[in-house]
Design a protein around this ligand. Structure first.
Ligand code: HEC
Length: 98
């Protein structure tokens, strides 16, 4: 019983650690978007807001920008800097923002 308890405690500590690292990474990657899309993706101007849009919409758009399949002024260049995994982290992050 004691062993199971120790195992569970360690297990949840580890999972918590992994989640925290992934969230921090997502926030760091998403900081570069704020210059144009506004803080937390809430654009105050002409550039589209990206907060609260579905993760699928954001990841799809970034993949298309990266591969030159979606017309862009700057996004084509910006999106080339991210791997598939990073795009997913960024998309998931913005989709959770109100
Ligand atoms: C230098 C300014 C700039 C930066 C930095 C930038 N964007 Fe953009 N973004 C734009 C502009 C401008 C558009 C409109 C398409 C175009 O002209 O490139 C756009 C369009 C988009 C769209 C499509 C929105 C829609 O409704 O069609 C998404 C999604 C997006 N950006 C996500 C991001 C993410 C995520 C980041 C950070 C990783 C980011 N952008 C960084 C300027 C920027």
């Amino acid at each position: 019983m004691k062993r199971i308890l120790i195992f569970l405690i360690l297990y949840f500590c580890f999972i918590g650690e992994v989640l925290a690292v992934e969230i921090t990474r997502a926030v760091m990657l998403s900081n570069s978007c704020a210059a144009c899309h506004g803080t937390h993706g809430k654009s105050p101007g002409e550039i589209p807001a990206i907060n609260g849009k579905s993760s699928r919409f954001i990841s799809q758009a970034l993949l298309e920008f990266r591969e030159g399949r979606r017309s862009a002024t700057v996004m084509g260049r910006h999106a080339t800097g991210y791997s598939d995994e990073e795009i997913q982290l960024i998309a998931d992050y913005f989709s959770t923002l109100p």
